[in-house]
Design a protein around this ligand. Structure first.
Ligand code: GUN
Ligand code: ZN
Length: 459
């Protein structure tokens, strides 16, 4: 018996050294597989779609994806998880959201500046308590997973404790997440303000603690120009110089009263975006939420420096902020991702965000001087924004957002039979575009049947 065991162990060791068996098992996920390789607004050949496709995963990474029938002979020993008839796409990416605001979503009546004072600041006060922050962060991440969101760029609060709580919860789930401590040294309640020096020191300590730890990244996070003095913005720029691969996240040109206020506070700047640019905060790792009132010069600056915009339609409609001009961003080759912007946004679902993004582009058409020249958001472009576009906006195209070999295996399985309305609408959808449009307009967390993080089933 013992000799038999030794013999089989020797045989296994031989096969392993000869490369005939793999240390970790390759698993193939079979279904309708779709991912983008480029922006459909720019290129006609921009995606890969395999009806009866497969994504082979090993050790949390994509090995290969394509047609199941074609690839099957190469992966004879792979275990197959069968999602035939369901749509397998890369995990959804939220390029702008505030985890501490998930409990104050749906606050009635105010627009941006009053909404911040009346609802947001009092809520964010609670996040200097680690246990409290941790409870909200864990619940927030569970909701992201339920909605099929696998990566997000996330605001914490001014308290470093809120960042620790968020990163700890993200690390537990092995999620690719970016966050940072809010910098805010004026025009906010005393209980929520730091100083230029304390904000700099606390951010630096958090970068050293969390940036590039596993899948986590740090973002220097001035809330928006009105709540930071020039001195604080200068120190934020210093951090970016000292740690060139950290992110920058902030808000820009969201609301008309806000834009006018920035003009008063920074009379020497050409524009709102220019305030950030002056302090070295427009980089290829910068993500600006909203950007509704940016002009052509600002778009040129973003394009030249590689900064991105997070388009947050549910927030822009909820706060009555305005209608983002996506076509203009495309025209200037500015990277764009989708953001839920909860708590000003009204849903953590990127599918629901795509629904509202479509309506924003419809309203832009309605208000255009030449409506025939404006096309509502194409269903393919919408899903691009939610996957590869988001990855590009976060400079993570090499890690997430597609099923190219070597990508991290964050993916979701969508089920068209998840609600009666979606199922009946889907019966009439023949083309891929039409199927996607049905998911985008009618889908929510119920359509997300499974969520995988680095090949691990999380939902
Ligand atoms: N501008 C400054 N802070 C915020 C915020 O928390 N949410 C939104 N939507 N805009 C902001
Ligand atoms: Zn925001």
């Amino acid at each position: 018996m013992l000799i038999m065991k030794i013999k089989s162990l020797l045989l296994f060791a031989f096969l392993l050294s000869a490369g005939l068996v793999c240390r970790a098992e390759i698993v193939g996920y079979r279904g309708d597989v779709l991912y983008f390789t480029d922006n459909p607004a720019k290129k006609s050949d921009s995606y890969q779609y395999f009806e009866d496709g497969v994504v082979y995963v090993n050790n949390g990474k994509v090995v290969q994806s394509g047609s199941y029938i074609t690839l099957k002979p190469q992966y004879k020993n792979a275990k197959i998880i069968d999602y035939s008839g369901k749509l397998i796409i890369p995990g959804l990416i939220d390029t702008h959201v505030h985890y501490p605001q998930s409990e104050m979503v749906a606050a009635y009546g105010d627009q941006l500046l009053d909404w911040l004072n009346n609802y947001t600041f009092p809520t964010e006060k609670n996040f200097s308590n680690f246990a409290y922050a941790s409870k909200v962060a864990n619940s927030f991440l569970n909701q992201l997973i339920a909605n099929g969101t696998t990566t997000a760029l996330v605001f914490s609060t001014v308290s470093p404790v809120s960042v620790d709580a968020f990163f700890e919860a993200s690390q537990k789930r092995n999620m690719r997440m970016i966050s940072g401590k809010v910098l805010m040294d004026r025009n906010a309640p005393d209980y929520l303000t730091d100083t230029p020096e304390s904000g700099y020191a606390e951010s630096k300590a958090l970068i050293e603690k969390w940036h590039n730890k596993g899948r986590l990244k740090y973002a220097v996070t001035p809330r928006f120009a009105p709540t930071s003095t020039p001195h604080q913005l200068a120190l934020a720029g210093k951090l970016v110089k000292e740690f060139p691969d950290v992110y920058v996240q902030t808000h820009v040109a969201e609301n008309k009263a806000e834009v006018a206020w920035v003009k008063e506070l920074f009379p020497n700047s050409r524009s709102y975006l220019d305030v950030y640019d002056h302090y070295g905060l427009v980089t290829d790792h910068s993500v600006f939420a909203h950007g509704i009132y940016l002009d052509d010069q600002d778009m040129k600056t973003l394009s030249k420096k590689g900064g991105s915009i997070a388009f947050c339609p549910t927030s822009n409609l909820f706060l009555g902020s305005g209608l983002f001009n996506l076509a203009k961003a495309d025209e200037f080759n500015v990277k764009v991702g989708l953001g839920t912007d909860v708590g000003a946004g009204t849903s953590l679902s990127i599918l629901e965000t795509m629904n509202e993004a479509y309506k924003v582009t419809q309203l832009r058409k309605a208000y255009s001087e030449d409506p025939t020249s404006v096309k509502p958001l194409d269903p393919l472009q919408s899903l691009y924004l939610a996957t590869l576009g988001g990855a590009r906006a976060l400079s993570m195209e090499g890690q997430i957002g597609s099923f190219l070999p070597g990508m991290e295996a964050d993916f979701i399985v969508l089920n068209a039979q998840s609600t009666p309305l979606l199922a009946s609408r889907m019966k009439n959808a023949k083309e891929l575009k039409d199927k996607l449009f049905a998911f985008e307009i009618l889908g929510d967390d119920r359509a997300v049947e499974h969520t995988y993080i680095m090949g691990k089933l999380m939902k």
